[in-house]
Write a protein that binds this ligand. Sequence first.
Ligand SMILES: *[C@@H]1O[C@H](CO)[C@@H](O)[C@H](O)[C@H]1NC(C)=O
Ligand SMILES: *[C@@H]1O[C@H](CO)[C@@H](O)[C@H](O)[C@H]1NC(C)=O
Ligand SMILES: *[C@@H]1O[C@H](CO)[C@@H](O)[C@H](O)[C@H]1NC(C)=O
Ligand SMILES: *[C@@H]1O[C@H](CO)[C@@H](O)[C@H](O)[C@H]1NC(C)=O
Ligand SMILES: *[C@@H]1O[C@H](CO)[C@@H](O)[C@H](O)[C@H]1NC(C)=O
Ligand SMILES: *[C@@H]1O[C@H](CO)[C@@H](O)[C@H](O)[C@H]1NC(C)=O
Ligand SMILES: *[C@@H]1O[C@H](CO)[C@@H](O)[C@H](O)[C@H]1NC(C)=O
Ligand SMILES: *[C@@H]1O[C@H](CO)[C@@H](O)[C@H](O)[C@H]1NC(C)=O
Ligand SMILES: *[C@@H]1O[C@H](CO)[C@@H](O)[C@H](O)[C@H]1NC(C)=O
Ligand SMILES: *[C@@H]1O[C@H](CO)[C@@H](O)[C@H](O)[C@H]1NC(C)=O
Length: 555
Amino acid sequence: MPSSVRFLTVRMFSLLLLLFFHLRACHSSPSMHPLCHEEESHALMQFKQSLVINESASSDPSAYPKVASWKVDGESRDCCSWDGVECDRDSGHVIGLDLSSSFLYGSIDSNSTLFHLVHLGRLNLAGNNFNNSEIPSEIRNLPRLFDLNLSMSVFSGQIPAEILELSKLVSIDLRWNSLKLQKPGLQHLVEALTNLEVLHLSGVDISAKVPQIMANLSSLSSLFLSHCGLQGEFPLGIFQLPNLRFLSIRSNPHLTGYLPEFKSGSQLENLLLEGTNFSGQLPESIGNLKSLKEFRAAKCYFSGAIPSSLGNLTKLNSLDLSYNSFSGEIPSTFVNLLQLTYLSLSSNNFSGKIPSTFVNLLQLTYLSLSSNNFSGKIPSTFVNLLQLTYLSLSSNNFSEFPSFLHGQNHLEFVELSGNKIEGHIPKWFMNLGTETLWCLDLYGNFLTGFEQSVDILPWNNLRDLELSGNKLEGALPIPPRLCGKPLSRKCGNGEDSLPAAKRDEGSAAYPLEFGWKVVVTGYASGLVIGVILGCVMDTRKYEWLVKNYFARWQR
Ligand SMILES: *[C@@H]1O[C@H](CO)[C@@H](O)[C@H](O)[C@H]1NC(C)=O
Ligand SMILES: *[C@@H]1O[C@H](CO)[C@@H](O)[C@H](O)[C@H]1NC(C)=O
Ligand SMILES: *[C@@H]1O[C@H](CO)[C@@H](O)[C@H](O)[C@H]1NC(C)=O
Ligand SMILES: *[C@@H]1O[C@H](CO)[C@@H](O)[C@H](O)[C@H]1NC(C)=O
Ligand SMILES: *[C@@H]1O[C@H](CO)[C@@H](O)[C@H](O)[C@H]1NC(C)=O
Ligand SMILES: *[C@@H]1O[C@H](CO)[C@@H](O)[C@H](O)[C@H]1NC(C)=O
Ligand SMILES: *[C@@H]1O[C@H](CO)[C@@H](O)[C@H](O)[C@H]1NC(C)=O
Ligand SMILES: *[C@@H]1O[C@H](CO)[C@@H](O)[C@H](O)[C@H]1NC(C)=O
Ligand SMILES: *[C@@H]1O[C@H](CO)[C@@H](O)[C@H](O)[C@H]1NC(C)=O
Ligand SMILES: *[C@@H]1O[C@H](CO)[C@@H](O)[C@H](O)[C@H]1NC(C)=O
């Protein structure tokens, strides 16, 4: 008896083993894996053939032509193995198509075979050039879509009403096309698609109020509505959405609003309000936004003092409050903002001394305090800000040449114009950023000259220099790249020379090919020097700022 039981168990065991191996073999064998369906393979191929590959269609540096490897014969004829194509494991249907930044150029029209891929859940065609196609209403043929991404891909016209039928949508990204959302409008969209988590419509022409009902989208985590022509008052409830992490409503000059009382537990990481008609004060409860990393509220109509609770936002790395009417002093709690890399408080009505607590902002690369009413000395503790590349202290009431600049190695922009800085430009200053300094603006102070006389300025990469509006005396120092008359420096091989422009009496402008603008004031007298190389917001400076600080402008 026991032996037969044993026999039975062994038999059962080997049977099970056999079954196990059989199942395994079935699953790993390529012949058993469902091949891509013929008609879907065909539809994808026709879609590919309706477009051309054009390298100028995608600007993303990582772009490459994904469809180039699609083949209908040979080993890789299974469309499920094609680059950018995702199939369902069991049914073999195409459920995802990611052809973002694939150099695709051409029109998508209503009979595009794209709309035969009825099992699609995820469609990403972002970063191509669809030649101002409208989004065809046949998009309704893709009822399983939950993630639609057509951002930056040259679509135009009205967003079709059929998109409201795609009730599974949780993520929509239509940013930066020439699209309109008016018939249907934002309100219809939000009423129809209540599961939305991501809604990115920046650059879409909406030209309407933000509907109150948007504050009912309790799953919403990312809302980008910059440059949408929004009007009316922004619903306060949106700030309170429990899952909201990213909110951008930048550049909607007719959008009014206030900041609400913030409750604790907010997930908000990025709050971008720049260029709206928001006003009022920053509430003390802003200190509850513990996750906040980026707060940009420049060019609004905020006023009042900065609440000291702002110093509780220890994750903050970017704070821009420029071009408002804030007043009062910088709270000493700023000492806690250890992650801060970007700080702009320019063009407000701040006053008082700059707190020495700035000492802790060791990560700071961009600091602008220009056009305020700060006064006195710049605290010597500033010497710790060794990462600075951009510094603007223009148009304040500072009285001394900022000695903290001593030892700075990364400076690219230094603007100290419009203060009351007296005396010489110190000798140590001439060793500063000799390879990095790009723009130096000392216009409108009481500077009398260089502590050590110089013939050639030491900054090899200087592009913009402004020394006028001072009391400088002595010989005209030459920027290192400049040579030829009227400058005393002779040109060597391959150097940029001043073009032979006619010089007016007393002052003259020498626009140079590579961007220098030199105005030599009173050169003839030889007493007063002023080299003006307008440190203005020109295109190169703008590009520099974009490259270094606003790379994520797309929001
Ligand atoms: C490539 O695309 C650009 C627009 O992005 C267009 O001007 C150009 O004619 C296209 N070239 C070809 C060969 O289609
Ligand atoms: C792009 O659109 C223009 C105007 O509608 C049309 O003439 C041209 O043929 C289109 N180019 C492609 C590649 O579809
Ligand atoms: C449909 O496709 C055919 C070619 O496949 C094309 O000639 C025709 O213009 C298209 N119709 C529309 C309405 O785009
Ligand atoms: C849309 O696609 C682009 C390019 O792949 C990507 O950068 C962007 O994050 C996508 N949008 C969303 C909401 O995922
Ligand atoms: C939106 O939310 C508010 C308050 O939570 C509720 O009173 C209202 O009925 C909701 N509206 C819709 C259309 O669900
Ligand atoms: C900004 O809001 C104020 C009311 O707070 C209003 O009077 C003004 O017209 C608005 N400005 C714009 C450009 O909409
Ligand atoms: C900020 O932090 C201080 C000290 O940690 C605390 O007393 C205060 O309640 C906090 N304020 C807010 C608004 O979180
Ligand atoms: C700046 O603040 C002062 C008081 O400190 C006030 O008199 C002045 O009007 C304010 N200026 C602006 C432009 O808000
Ligand atoms: C600057 O501050 C001083 C006091 O420190 C005050 O008298 C003056 O009115 C302020 N100037 C401006 C333009 O706000
Ligand atoms: C500098 O301070 C003086 C008074 O000390 C004040 O009149 C002037 O407005 C201030 N300048 C700036 C730019 O704030």
